[in-house]
Ligand binder design. Structure first.
Ligand code: GDP
Ligand code: IMO
Ligand code: MG
Length: 423
């Protein structure tokens, strides 16, 4: 069974928890896009792990983890992450973590460019994670990118790096920005390359051999559907295809090998960074933040929060082809007497079933809500569908109807044990 798991909203839906939950029965876990802008939280064995580039399957012994060709990889960031995970007792070797030789390399200069572009945008800034993601994907599209394969020959790699830094420094001078220290950057990147070299492989035959042997692959999406560069709230998006199709182009696994696509959604909605958010609401935001929830795993920023949005999820299910939804954070509503669900958008007197294309229109959309009674019960201790209060069950069923896709599991807490199959 080969399964794509992606975020169906604006990221941080609980993909890490779901990947961890499903890894037990999988053989391979692969990332196909994004970079260390991602922050996937897994709580297991009494410990909290935050994964940025390493697939969340790494926490299970004996599983192969692959960073695919579609990922943009910050070598310095990855070495830090590997060291952090090792310090937490996780085993990482060149046997269980492979990096595609075709993945593009994020350099410190890309992070500098990311920050400079955000500053230049001023009030129109995207609110990026400043991890150099956009500039690295831009280099890839401009056909001037550096790839992991280039690290294989250290002398040639160093020369390639120096040329790229010189080119960036010319751009920086033109923009009136301070230039970067070439020697320092070369030393830092080369030191990380030395650590990562044994992990570099042509991962495409590895993935396809696993398929031939009938092994199960989990494709771990990063970000969420509305951060997709094609389908999202453009330009307030990331620079990769975060939607389901990105899993194939990002790993070299053909589309017809995919058996199942799962969309992870929160029972409410969150977003970090700027851009339209029709159901954003101070009441639910303050409520969740006061519970100590919804602070970003990568940047620590407080996430913007809002009510469940049926319009977003309906469209997301369409362009991603969800077979089922994994709904997390149902327990976020435990103390709400009433819950609002957005069923349509109103734009200039017209009812929309799907979001509009432009940010200008999207920002003018008003949510059309229906209200359901809450359950005012702590559900974090529930371990079966029968234990879930009736009003919570009704909420889940209503969301399934609005999305047009069954909700197969609900989350009642962040721990491995707190995922329940819906009956
Ligand atoms: P990801 O980027 O999609 O992997 O999600 P993040 O890890 O960035 O954010 C999800 C947050 O929700 C993390 O803090 C998780 O530990 C937490 N979480 C996931 N599922 C649940 C759930 O069902 N209930 C609660 N209370 N927390 C959850
Ligand atoms: P996970 O995988 C939530 C957002 C940023 C910003 C926009 C562009 O943990 O769900 P970028 O740095 O990618 O150029 O920023 O995308 N963003 C995320 N938001 N979760 C993520 O990852 C995100 N990765 C990027 O906040 O709005
Ligand atoms: Mg996250």
């Amino acid at each position: 069974m080969n399964t794509i798991i992606i975020g169906s909203q604006w990221g941080d839906e609980g993909k890490g928890k779901m990947i961890d939950f499903l890894t037990e029965t999988a053989d391979v876990v692969a990332r196909g896009q994004g970079g260390n802008n991602a922050g996937h939280t897994v709580i297991a064995n009494g410990q909290k792990y935050i994964l940025h580039l390493v697939p969340s399957g790494i926490l299970w012994p004996g599983k192969l983890c692959v960073i695919g060709n579609g990922v943009v990889l910050d070598p310095i960031g990855l070495v830090d992450e590997i060291n952090q995970l090792k310090a937490q007792g996780v085993t990482i070797t060149s046997e269980n973590l492979l990096i595609s030789d075709r993945a593009h390399v994020v350099l410190p200069l890309h992070k500098e460019m990311d920050a400079a572009q955000e500053t230049a945008l001023g009030k129109k800034a995207i609110g990026t994670t400043k991890r150099g993601i956009g500039p690295t994907y831009a280099d890839k599209a401009r056909r001037i990118g550096i790839r992991m394969a280039d690290m294989r020959k250290p002398e040639i790699f160093e020369e390639t790096l120096r040329n790229r830094i010189k080119m960036a420094n010319v751009e920086f001078e033109r923009m009136g920005l301070p230039t970067m220290d070439e020697d320092q950057m070369v030393a830092d990147v080369c030191a990380a390359a030395d650590v990562l070299r044994p992990h570099i492989a042509n991962t495409i035959p590895v993935m396809n051999k696993a398929l031939k042997e009938g092994k199960s692959i989990l494709f771990e999406g990063a970000q969420g559907a509305y951060l997709d560069v094609d389908f999202g709230t453009y330009p307030f998006v990331t620079s990769s295809n975060t939607s389901s199709a990105g899993a194939c182009t990002g790993t070299g696994v053909p589309p017809h090998k995919i058996d199942r696509i799962i969309g992870v959604c929160k029972a409410y909605t969150t977003r970090v960074g700027a851009g339209p958010f029709v159901t954003e609401d101070d009441e639910i935001s303050d409520h969740l933040h006061s519970m100590g929830r919804e602070f970003g795993a990568t940047t620590g920023r407080a996430r913007r929060c809002g009510w469940a949005d049926g319009v977003l999820l309906r469209f997301s299910a369409m362009f991603n082809g969800f077979d089922e939804m994994a709904m997390t954070n149902l327990d976020g509503y435990d103390k709400c007497a009433e819950i609002k669900i957005c069923t349509a958008y109103e734009l200039d007197g017209e009812m929309l079933e799907y979001p509009p294309a432009t940010v200008a229109e999207w920002e003018r959309c008003k949510p059309v809500y229906e209200t359901m009674p809450g359950w005012l019960t702590d559900i974090s201790g529930c371990r079966s569908w029968e234990e879930i209060p009736e009003n919570a069950q009704k909420f889940v069923k209503r969301m399934s109807e609005l999305i047009g896709c069954p909700v197969s599991t609900v989350g009642v807490g962040p721990d491995r044990e707190q995922t329940i199959a819906v009956k």
